[in-house]
Design a protein around this ligand. Structure first.
Ligand SMILES: [Zn+2]
Ligand SMILES: [Zn+2]
Length: 295
C-alpha cells in the first residue's frame, strides 16, 4: 500500500525575497501535514518532502503557483508513510553547500537522459563516469565502472577534480548524483577547469533507476530521509554491493556509530548492528555518551 508520496525537487532560479517564501512555505506545510526539508536561497530551491497522496498533490500546486517555480520538475516516489519526522524550511546561501558560488551554471555539462546513458553502456562507448556524491553514498551503490571519489562532503569536489580527475580532461566524462542538483555545479566546475566533453545525468540516479532497474545501477541508493536507503533492483546479485563492516555479508544498510563523539557511518547488517551494540568498536561501546537505540 502506498498512501504516501515522496517528492524530490530543485531549481536554480533567481529569487528576490527567499526569506519571505521561507515563512510562507513553512506555514503552509505545517497546516497541510507536509514533512521534510526545503532550502531556499537567492539562487533557488532544493527540497525533499513527504505527505499523503492528496496533500502532495496540493503541495505541487502550492509551489508551482510561484512564477519562479511554475516549471519545476518533481521526481516522485511512493511510500507507505511519512519519510520525515519534521518539517524544516531554511534560508541558505547555496541550495547545496559546495563552496561553488563562483561557478557559473551556464557552464554546466550537457544533459544526458537515462535512455542515453543506457545506450552509452550498451554500446560500450568510451566514457568515464564519476560519482559526485560522498563516500558513504557510493559505498552502498554506484553505476557500473564508476569512479567513486572518497569525499567527506560536497565541498571537497574542487579538490577531487583538481587532484584526481585531471587526467581525464580529453575524455567523455559523465557526472551523476542523487537527483541531479549537485551535478549542475559539479559539471560546470569541470567545464570551467578545461574538461572538453562533460555530461551530467539528467534527474540523477532517481530518474535512471525508476526507468531501468536491474541494468547498470548496482546496489542501493542512499537517501536523506527516514528510509535511509532505497533498493531499486530485484535481481538478487544486483541488490546490494555494500559489505557489512563486521561480518562481510552483502547489505545496503548502515548506521551512525552510537558513540556521539564518534558518529562514524558504518555499513552493517541488522544482526551485527544489534550484536555490536550499534557501535563500531570496543572503545565506542564503552563510551558514556551514547545515543539511544531505536530499532
Ligand atoms: Zn553483519
Ligand atoms: Zn565509533
Amino acid at each position: 500500500m502506498s498512501d504516501y508520496k515522496v517528492l524530490l525537487f530543485y531549481k536554480y532560479v533567481n529569487l528576490k525575497n527567499p526569506e519571505l517564501i521561507v515563512l510562507e512555505h513553512l506555514h503552509w506545510c505545517l497546516q497541510n501535514d507536509i514533512k521534510g526539508r526545503v532550502f531556499f536561497a537567492t539562487e533557488g530551491v532544493n527540497g525533499t518532502v513527504s505527505g499523503t497522496v492528496e496533500k502532495i498533490g496540493k503541495y505541487k500546486k502550492q509551489l508551482t503557483a510561484y512564477p519562479e517555480f511554475s516549471d519545476i520538475w518533481f521526481k516522485e516516489d511512493e511510500a507507505v508513510e511519512h519519510t520525515f519526522k519534521k518539517m524544516h524550511v531554511r534560508l541558505k546561501n547555496e541550495i547545496v553547500h559546495g563552496d561553488l558560488t563562483d561557478v557559473s551554471l551556464n557552464s554546466g555539462g550537457k544533459k544526458l537522459t537515462p535512455e542515453e546513458l543506457l545506450k552509452f553502456y550498451q554500446e560500450k562507448k568510451d566514457f568515464i563516469i564519476v560519482d559526485a556524491r560522498n563516500w558513504y553514498e557510493s559505498k552502498i551503490g554506484k553505476f557500473q565502472n564508476a569512479i567513486t571519489p572518497q569525499m567527506k562532503n560536497f565541498r571537497e569536489w574542487k579538490k577531487v577534480v583538481d587532484q584526481s580527475l585531471s587526467e581525464f580532461k580529453d575524455k567523455t566524462v559523465i557526472t551523476y548524483c542523487t537527483g541531479g542538483i549537485r551535478c549542475e555545479k559539479a559539471s560546470a566546475y569541470m567545464v570551467e577547469s578545461g574538461f572538453k566533453d562533460v555530461y551530467q545525468l539528467e534527474g540523477g540516479i532517481v530518474n535512471f533507476i525508476q526507468k531501468y532497474p536491474d541494468t547498470f545501477w548496482e546496489g542501493g541508493m542512499f537517501v536523506f530521509d527516514e528510509r535511509k536507503v532505497v533498493v531499486p533492483n530485484s535481481k538478487e546479485e544486483m541488490k546490494h554491493i555494500g559489505r557489512c563492516h563486521f561480518c562481510g555479508s552483502p547489505t545496503s544498510y548502515y548506521i551512525n556509530c552510537h558513540n556521539i563523539d564518534c558518529d562514524k557511518i558504518i555499513v552493517s547488517c541488522h544482526e551485527c548492528k544489534v550484536e555490536n551494540g550499534y557501535c563500531c568498536s570496543d572503545e565506542c561501546r564503552q563510551s558514556k555518551r551514547k545515543r539511544k537505540q531505536f530499532h
